[in-house]
Every structure is written in C-alpha cells, then in structure tokens.
Design a protein around this ligand. Structure first.
Ligand SMILES: [Fe+2]
Length: 266
C-alpha cells in the first residue's frame, strides 16, 4: 500500500503460473531458512500449525494455486495475484471477498532484512499460515468488509488497527509473548527487535488504543500491542469497530513515539 515502488509484479502465464528466476527462488529459500530458525519459540503455535498445513516449498517460490489448495480447504480464503501496488478500494474489496492480495515480486538481496513493500515472501510466508486459522480468517474478512464501505478518513483509522494486529501483532501465551503479525514473521530484523529489544514497548491490545496510535512504515516499530489470547481476535471482530472508530476520531491520535520522517537525522 506504499505510494512508490521500484518493484514490479511478474505477469503469470495463461495457466496462472509465474516463472521465477534462479535468483528469486534463492532469495525465497534463504529467507525461509533464516525465518524458520528465528521463529522457533518466537512465533505463536497457531502460525506454526498453519505453516505445517501449507507445507511451503523450501527451495522455490510456490505458485499461488498450491497455496490456494490449502486455504480453500481450511477457511475458504484464496490468494489473488495483484500488481505491485493496489489502491485501498481494491485492497478492501479483495479482503471482503476472502481474497488475499499477493504481488508477484520478491525483494532484492539488499532489502533481505526488511522492505516496505509487501513482497510475495511477506504475503505468503507472513500471512497465509494464519489465513488457515478461523479466528484470524474471520477477523481479516470482517476488517475487509468494514473497510470497503468506510470513508477515506475512517479507513486511515482502520489501517492502524490492521497494522497493530495483522501486520505487527503479538500475543500472550503460556510460554510467553509470541508473534502473529505477518510484518514481523517475514522480517528477520524485526522478529528479534519486537521481542528482545529495549527500544520498544509492549502494550495490552485495546482496539481503541490501536486505532489512535500513529505508525511509520519505514522504521522498526516503537510499540507493539499484545493480544490476551489468539482467539480474542475473534472477539475484536465481533465488536462494533466503526463505533470505536468514531470514538477514536473524537479523542484524536496519541503523540507519536517516533520523529517525523523529514526531521530524522541522516
Ligand atoms: Fe502484510
């Protein structure tokens, strides 16, 4: 959902298959290997279970049809090939139809640790395992339907809730705090930062607070919201979220925990 990108999605052939290059498959393989090591004891069990169900190839980028065969069977979701950038209308319309947008490009070697644009590793490795989970699938579907009929101003508030759940969410478990946000699960650098750095804060997830929390997409996050339990995502989806958006609008945003982009040194 960024405004500019140097990446371009591959066009699939008439059978819907993308011909990935050797370099691109190698980036996937290296990312997968690195993250599988890092996520032991850091990702939540629901994610690990979904990863087992998807059984992603280790040495090559999967075709979307391979991922769909598992998603359709578990929650009825699908992944849908999109260009490298799509607008909010398309984004919400797809989610409202249980279609998760996947741009068919993969990051360069220079952006191995973190990139702003959502590449295919982020979308498939980061998000698709949890799209096999009913609570996560329900939350994402509800979010899509709300966003599709929301005003531009309300969408900006909704985007913050998505950011602090689907992208950068943490969850309490009996074994400690674990990751479920796809932005973290697909980012080697931020996986460690989110759980082990002193430069970030963990706050209990209150949807109204998340709606009011500003974020930047180009830095490691200074705050993460922690769910009580994974299934509380289901409860959030059942809340009157648009009334919470109205309250958030009246109360206004919290002060950012970061400097504005243009004022940062360097
Ligand atoms: Fe994402």
């Amino acid at each position: 959902m960024t405004k500019k990108t140097r990446y371009e999605s591959h066009q699939p052939d008439e059978c819907g298959r993308v011909n990935w290059s050797e370099r691109e498959n190698k980036v996937w393989a290296a990312l997968l290997q690195k993250q599988l090591g890092l996520l032991q004891g850091r990702a939540c069990d629901e994610y690990i279970h979904g990863l087992e169900l998807l059984n992603l190839p280790a040495e090559r980028i999967p075709q979307l049809s391979e991922v769909n065969s598992t998603l359709i069977k578990t929650t009825g979701w699908q992944v849908k090939q999109v260009p490298s950038l799509i607008n909010f209308d398309d984004f919400f319309r797809l989610l409202a139809n249980k279609q998760f947008p996947v741009a068919t490009f993969i990051r360069s070697d220079e952006e191995f640790e973190y990139l702003q644009e959502p590449d295919i590793f982020h979308e498939i490795f980061g998000h698709c395992p949890l799209l096999t989970n009913p609570a996560f699938a329900h939350f994402t579907h509800t979010y899509g339907k709300l966003g599709y009929s929301a005003s531009k101003q309300d969408r900006a508030f909704l985007a913050r809730l998505y950011w602090f759940t689907v992208e950068f969410g943490l969850v309490n478990t009996t074994e400690g705090t674990r990751i479920y946000g796809g932005g973290l699960l697909s980012s080697p650098g931020e996986t460690i930062h989110a759980l082990e750095s002193d430069d970030c804060v963990h706050a209990a997830m209150q949807p109204l607070d998340a709606l009011r929390t500003p974020y930047r997409i180009d830095i490691m996050q200074p705050i993460y919201y922690v769910l009580d339990s994974f299934d509380s995502l289901f409860d959030i989806a059942e809340m009157d979220i648009m009334t919470l958006v109205e309250r958030a609008k009246n109360l206004g945003l919290f002060d950012p925990r970061f400097l504005p982009k243009e004022k940062q040194a360097g």
